[in-house]
Design a protein around this ligand. Sequence first.
Ligand code: NAP
Ligand code: ZN
Ligand code: ZN
Length: 367
Amino acid sequence: MTTTPTTPLTEKQTTSVIKRQKTIGYAAHSPETPLAPFSFERREVGPRDVQIDILYCGVCHSDLHTARNEWQNTIYPVVPGHEIVGRVTKTGNEVTKFKTDGLAAVGCMVDSCRTCASCREGLEQYCIPGFTGTYNSEDKILGGVTYGGYSKTIVVDEDFVLRLPENLDPAAAAPLLCAGITTYSPLWHWNVGKGSKVGIVGLGGLGHMGVKLANAMGAHVVLFTTSEHKKEDGKRLGAAEVVVSKNQAELDKHLESFDFILDTVSAAHDINLYMALLKRDATLTQVGAPEVLNVSPFSLIMRRRSLAGSLIGGIKETQEMLDFCGKHGITSDIEMIPIQKINEAYERMLRSDVKYRFVIDMASLEK
Ligand code: NAP
Ligand code: ZN
Ligand code: ZN
């Protein structure tokens, strides 16, 4: 998810003094056209920058929403991708945390104002003037817009680069950079742990990470899915119970019983069905971003329930999530694809036909 920051360029950052280098990627040029090869420029490494050769990039439903302008904020051409894992190829002379040849990761943000109340608390995702998204944001250094991870290389300030635990498979760890943090952050924030009964709605990229993470935090996890055939997978991934949400009688068995529900669904659906399953004073947090969400006031009023939202997670928290995943051996269940299959992957994602995250093998870009 991206915002359009408004902070003006400082003199130091004016585009004329920044050296540029060419790279390649895949871009959407309009909502209707398939993604296709695209040449563009990155900045040369500055003193605090890390240059990364991208090995793997996860495919988030937000990439699709943006490529097709479903949130009406896309600036074309857009190079999506914010679940990035790669190898460091160059570092600026002030960089201390990364070394050439090591692995590094980049998520949904590449910069923020760093001075507002949110940034000072490590909540860069809620940066008041707006963070710089990995793609489709104003590029305050080069001018134009930022381009994401469906590409060969990326150059990022080290403060926005993450360390990958060594025991995790780099391809399967890529989706942690968005799907992982977007589910981890609200689960922590709303105190999910031992003794909590937690519902996860939707078993896609975010949902399957939510199930794994809530289970690792010690919760009793109930998965709600519209896909009958995902029942067994739900249990394998860590759900104690799986409810096929099309069946009202099955939903009714859980009325007023949840401490917390995380809704990851990407399309319009009836959220009131899930609000009714919350205990008094409990919260349903929406992370899925369909164009509209209809909630009845009575879903909230009758049991003093809360409906909340949550956006990815801060940089410090993202590192904590990666370390948590390293400690618990958690990665994403992935299907690796060459970049040439990205348009097909989008269609399959829309049909909920992915187990449970597509990851692009970026070596395919050279072919
Ligand atoms: P995804 O892999 O496509 O998963 C979405 C899941 O939602 C599907 O697998 C399906 O699960 C369920 N679903 C789809 N259509 C549905 C419908 N019509 N009715 C009910 N359920 C439906 O997508 P994702 O990458 O996990 O992303 C999910 C959403 O989160 C997207 O809107 C994305 O933009 C948003 N997102 C938000 C943030 C944030 O910071 N808040 C970050 C990343 C992504 P079942 O088959 O199990 O029903
Ligand atoms: Zn994402
Ligand atoms: Zn800020």
